[in-house]
Design a protein around this ligand. Structure first.
Ligand code: MG
Length: 160
């Protein structure tokens, strides 16, 4: 029987006015964006951590430290590709991924399918295997006050 492994990831980035907002590899139209060393794609960062967790290869901060010049402003899709490289190297492939974005604003529904279409090839799966959900916190906490956005991600891996 093929071995299966599960991983979870969580990330938060602070919001500030006038910065670009990238989520799931898609540019989101909004008056605020993420304060970050990279492009701040908090969804991809959570996914990276889920993949790394599933194969027991540490976390995103270990591999891509935020004090290194080479990662300044980097497209997070590049980080995701590198994480997928390690997943493959360990002899695993992605079964599915499920992500929950916690954000008060903007409304993300119009972007969800594009995120799924962007992420699927990077994870080597079909769009059906990628779920992206969005929720608010009913204006409670940092997400509710629009100070930041959090993402939870879970991935399932199958031994190849
Ligand atoms: Mg991050």
């Amino acid at each position: 029987m093929r071995k299966i492994r599960i991983g979870n990831g969580y990330d938060v980035h602070a919001l500030a006015e006038g910065l670009p907002m990238w989520l799931g590899g898609v540019r989101i139209e909004h008056n605020k964006g993420f304060v970050a060393h990279s492009d701040g794609d908090v969804l991809i960062h959570a996914l990276c951590d889920a993949l790394l967790g599933a194969v027991g290869r540490g976390d995103i901060g270990l591999h891509f430290p935020d004090n290194r010049q080479e990662f300044k402003g980097i497209d997070s899709k590049i980080l995701l590709k590198r994480c997928m490289g390690w997943v493959c190297e360990q002899g695993y492939e992605v079964g599915n991924a499920d992500c929950t974005i916690v954000a008060q604003a903007p409304k993300l529904r119009p972007y969800i399918d594009r995120m799924r279409e962007t992420l699927a090839p990077l994870l080597g799966v079909s769009t059906d295997d990628i779920s992206v959900k969005a929720t608010t916190t009913e204006r409670l906490g940092f997400a509710g006050r629009e100070e930041g956005v959090a993402v939870y991600a879970t991935v399932l891996l199958f031994q190849k």
